[in-house]
Design a protein around this ligand. Structure first.
Ligand code: MG
Length: 193
């Protein structure tokens, strides 16, 4: 139990969480545009009408979610602690050296990737294996002395994968609406059925 009278803040607004996440990512040289670019490349393979704006909007929405806020902040802190050699015991070297058989970073990534549907997990697998754009940069930089991106590369890949899934969901909804005569179904419509 804490004996301090200091007021601790535990919950933040979506705007604050977005701002924190943006700053944390920028500190590692990661821009929202770079994440959106992975989403764009990935989703353009399956759909023709993908815009960069929708990809970036999707990344921004994801970065304001509480679960993602916790993931990004925790991932950044674990990497920092490993860089500063502040973890104790065998886990310090395992995380710092990014051991191939260590999979908790991917488990965290899968958690984020599935936000908008199961295909997010497949999208994440593709990014994890093929290392597109900023994920490759992070992965390569993480091999340099003094830099650890063991958790951050997966979180960034997972955000791109979740954004890909959101883009697919938004565009599918538009297609479905067209088939439905462009009329949006409201709760009122459902009550009348
Ligand atoms: Mg990793």
């Amino acid at each position: 139990m804490s004996t301090s009278n200091e007021t601790k803040r535990l919950v933040y607004t979506r705007q604050e969480m977005f701002d924190f996440n943006k700053k944390t990512l920028e500190k590692r040289g990661i821009s929202i545009e770079a994440i959106g670019e992975i989403t764009f490349t990935q989703q353009s393979r399956y759909m023709q009408n993908v815009s960069r704006e929708l990809c970036i909007e999707s990344v921004e929405k994801i970065l304001s979610l509480r679960d993602v806020f916790h993931h990004v902040q925790l991932a950044a802190e674990i990497d920092r602690l490993a860089e500063e050699k502040l973890l104790k015991g065998p886990i310090q070297d395992i995380i710092y050296e990014d051991l191939g058989l260590f999979g908790i970073d991917e488990t965290m990534g899968l958690d984020v990737a599935g936000l908008y549907g199961t295909i997010g997990m497949t999208n994440f697998g593709d990014i994890d294996v093929n290392k597109h754009g900023i994920v490759k940069k992070l992965n390569d930089a993480g091999k340099e002395a003094g830099i650890c991106h063991t958790f951050m590369d997966d979180i960034v890949g997972a955000i791109a994968a979740a954004a890909s899934t959101r883009v697919a969901q938004v565009l599918s909804e538009s297609d479905a609406l067209e088939d439905f005569g462009g009329r949006r179904m409201t709760l009122f419509d459902l009550n009348n059925r």
